[in-house]
Ligand binder design. Sequence first.
Ligand code: GNR
Ligand code: NI
Length: 194
Amino acid sequence: MARQSERQASTVMVPKGEEQPESPKIHTLGSNELRKPAKRISKVNEQVRELAREMLRSMYAAHGIGLAAPQVGVHQQLLVIDLDPEEAANPPLVLINPEIVATSGALDTYEEGCLSIPGVYLNVVRPSQVDVKYRDELGRPQRRKADGLMARCILHEMDHLNGVLFVDRVSDELSLSGELQRLGFDRNDVKPVA
Ligand code: GNR
Ligand code: NI
């Protein structure tokens, strides 16, 4: 009985869908908040779980599949991912202090989007597989290998923790300039990775 209520209390799940009252606002390209590195979380407590819930509310309201804490102006190493937000029963993934153990040598190209650069979709090349270790919402150490969209999403979100945005990794400069201009973003807010 005690165990059951403990599990209930610690689960990080919020109703899915667009109607999310008071979800934190997501910063967009040009905001300095997106460029500051996130700090490690020293203790996974109820405050951290509440932040994860708030991030999920913002993510579901915006129809995204992932969100990193810096996108809501919180510079802590916390990510939420839900590749199937339409499926109410499918629990989201919470990654705390994620670290890449390894990535595959093989690369994939995929058209990415970002809730912080709404409307912009461009090809990005990344490793096709990732092996990542992290703590879950109960502070338990976890390790997980991912490929496909999950690998893509983990790598995209981990970039956010380092102040990197997917547009920083776009190699097709002509498409990049065109898309940013079309949606009213400033090309000078892109900081190409080495
Ligand atoms: O919702 C999102 N979709 C997406 C599509 C392709 C590659 C990465 C992503 S993540 C993005 C949400 C987001 O901006 N997370 O930081
Ligand atoms: Ni993003």
